[in-house]
Each structure stands twice: as structure tokens, then as C-alpha cells.
Design a protein around this ligand. Structure first.
Ligand code: SF4
Ligand code: SF4
Ligand code: SF4
Length: 337
């Protein structure tokens, strides 16, 4: 086995300056280390400069080659705080969480933790971030202090980069879990709706309420369905399935009412208890409301739905008109006698 074959990504990563600036073309120092293991050139890190090239060359037993672009000395970002509008874009861009601030509040850079990567500069919409020579670097007095300072910056940069990535991954997983919970809740809600709407009659198969033989019981069952659907539609008014079910239930209710008042119910079945004018007026009022709703549904279908929905809405309007005419006729007859 050759020397380079036993060299790990971590060995290479420890020679990189950990500014996480991406100037090597990779999203951080470790990804560049991974690429170097795969054979990428060792001269692509401007913050590391010639020193890093030399160290990598020695570790990997490769020749020293010139840097692709000029070397850079350590930098730091400074926010001109009186110009900051608190948009938080710089916080989102900082790979080492070195910026403090909250939405619509002034932001500030934690100097000791800033690697000078410059990634916060471009996203700032008001251009209030300056990049300067790092004060900590400028305060060093000799080569040994410079070496110690670079080692501290690298260690801190690596830790903060890893912590940030772990936090982002945790947030991603939490978001995904919340999304799954929402989908599950929606599925359950849909199943419940289907269960609850099952007793409502369809136009092709009328008489959904249980055939108890008692008109009053049927009316009570349909009324309960109407109330349930109205409640659901108050939460989700655009639910077409519920709208149709409600329309059908209301129509059944009005039909039952009209039947009872005109004496059209089948012999042997209970009829509605009252044949007074008042009841007939209530029936007519219900039929009128239903007709108005059917017309609104038709208008909605014409605006936003396809031909099938428009046909269904037109059929509902036709039935509602018939019920409305029957109710008017029943009231007229009663008023005449
Ligand atoms: S300091 Fe920047 S250019 Fe150098 S390896 Fe890290 S991310 Fe790449
Ligand atoms: S504050 Fe700006 S320059 Fe400093 S580490 Fe964060 S993104 Fe990079
Ligand atoms: S991106 Fe600029 S304006 Fe927005 S919070 Fe950061 S420093 Fe302030």
C-alpha cells in the first residue's frame, strides 16, 4: 500500500484553514478534502496560500504547484449597524453562525468567530457589510503567534461549521416530520368526511336516510346531515364534495317538507305534522334558499370548473327550481282554500 493510500479525508481536512469560504469550488473545507482524496489539485485554497499547498504536497507526496489564484490573508466582516435593515440574509449565508441578530433588528458580527469567508457580503441587500483585515490576526506579533492564531481559527471554524450543519439537518428532519404529520391528519380528515357523507343520498340513488317508514325520523336524520355539512363548509367553504352533498341533503329535506304539506306522501307513511300556512311558508323559504345556493354553485362552476361540474350544477339548479315551484304551488293552494 502506498503512503497516500492510507491518508484519510480527516488528515487532509486538518491542513485546511476552515474558513468554509468555498473559494476552492467546494461547499466547505471537508468537501474539498474529500475531492483531494479523489485526486483533485491541491492548489485551490486562497486562504491557505502557499503554506497549505506545501503541507498538502508533503502529506500526499505530490509536487508543490503554484496557487490557482492569489493567496489571501485573514479577514473579518464588519456590519455598518446603522445601515442594517435586519433582513437576516447574512445570518442565513454565514457557514459558521458568526452573526447575531433577529428579524428587523440590527445585526452584528462576532469578530472572534468570523472566518472572513465573505459569504455574507453578496446577499446583503443594502451593502452594509465591509470586509477588513482580521483584528485578531493583526494583533499577532511574530510567526509563532500567527501559527497559533491560525490553528485556533481553524479549530473553531471546523466545530462551528459542523454544529451548523448538524442543526440544519435536524431542522430539515423536523420539518419533514411536521409535513408527514400534516399529510396524515389531512388523510384522516378526508376519511372522516367520506364516512360522514356516505348517508347523504346521491341523485341517482335517492332515499339515503334509513328507511324507518317515519317521515319525521327521516327529516331529523337529513337535518343532522345538513348541520354537519354546514359546519364543515364553514371551515372549508371551497370543498366541492361537501357542497354537493349539502345541496342534495337540502333538496331531500325540501322535498320531504313539500310532500308532507301537499299530502303527496305515500299512504301508510307518516306525514309532516303540520299543514298550516306557516309550515308551507317555511318550506317555500327553504326551497328559495336552496335555489339561490344552486345558482351560486352554477356561477362558481362556470368560472372555475369544467364541463362535467357545470352540467352537475345545472341539474341541481333545475331540481331546485322544481322544488321551489312545488312549494309555491302548495302555498297558493292552501291560501286559496
Ligand atoms: S478555506 Fe475556503 S478555499 Fe480553502 S478549503 Fe476551505 S472552503 Fe475551500
Ligand atoms: S460573518 Fe460573514 S465573513 Fe464572517 S464568517 Fe460569517 S459569513 Fe463569513
Ligand atoms: S444582510 Fe445586511 S441588512 Fe440584512 S441583516 Fe445582514 S447586515 Fe443587515
Amino acid at each position: 500500500m502506498s503512503a497516500s493510500a492510507s491518508i484519510t479525508v480527516t488528515d487532509i481536512d486538518h491542513l485546511l484553514p476552515q474558513t468554509q469560504c468555498g473559494k476552492c469550488g467546494h461547499p466547505g473545507c471537508r468537501p474539498y478534502a474529500e475531492a483531494i482524496v479523489e485526486g483533485e489539485a491541491i492548489n485551490r485554497c486562497p486562504p491557505g496560500g502557499e503554506t497549505t499547498v506545501a503541507e498538502l504536497a508533503e502529506l500526499l507526496a505530490r509536487p508543490v504547484i503554484p496557487l490557482e489564484v492569489d493567496a489571501e490573508s485573514p479577514k473579518a466582516a464588519i456590519i455598518r449597524e446603522d445601515e442594517c435593515i435586519g433582513c437576516t440574509k447574512c445570518i442565513q449565508a454565514c457557514p459558521v453562525d458568526a452573526i447575531l441578530g433577529a428579524s428587523k433588528q440590527m445585526h452584528t458580527v462576532i469578530e472572534a468567530e468570523c472566518t472572513g469567508c465573505e459569504l455574507c457580503v453578496a446577499p446583503c441587500p443594502v451593502d452594509c457589510i465591509d470586509i477588513v483585515a482580521h483584528p485578531g490576526w493583526q494583533a499577532t506579533r511574530d510567526e509563532r503567534e500567527q501559527k497559533d492564531w491560525l490553528a485556533r481559527r481553524a479549530e473553531l471554524g471546523r466545530q462551528r461549521f459542523e454544529n451548523r450543519n448538524a442543526r440544519l439537518e435536524r431542522q430539515r428532519q423536523e420539518k419533514e416530520a411536521r409535513r408527514r404529520e400534516r399529510m396524515q391528519a389531512r388523510r384522516q380528515s378526508r376519511d372522516e368526511v367520506q364516512e360522514q357523507t356516505a348517508p347523504v343520498p346521491s341523485t341517482s340513488a335517492p332515499a339515503t336516510p334509513k328507511p324507518t317508514g317515519n317521515a319525521r325520523a327521516r327529516k331529523a336524520a337529513i337535518s343532522a346531515t345538513v348541520r354537519r355539512l354546514e359546519k364543515r363548509l364553514s371551515v372549508d367553504p371551497a370543498n366541492q364534495e361537501d357542497q354537493n352533498a349539502l345541496e342534495q341533503a337540502r333538496q331531500q329535506l325540501a322535498d320531504l317538507q313539500a310532500q308532507g304539506e301537499t299530502g303527496a306522501a305515500s299512504p301508510g307513511r307518516d306525514t309532516a305534522p303540520s299543514s298550516t300556512l306557516n309550515s308551507l311558508r317555511i318550506a317555500r323559504s327553504a326551497a328559495k334558499q336552496r335555489l339561490a345556493l344552486a345558482n351560486r354553485q352554477l356561477a362558481h362552476a362556470r368560472r372555475q370548473r369544467g364541463p362535467e361540474e357545470i352540467d352537475a350544477a345545472q341539474a341541481l339548479v333545475a331540481r331546485a327550481e322544481k322544488t321551489w315551484q312545488d312549494a309555491c304551488q302548495a302555498l297558493d293552494n292552501a291560501e286559496r282554500h
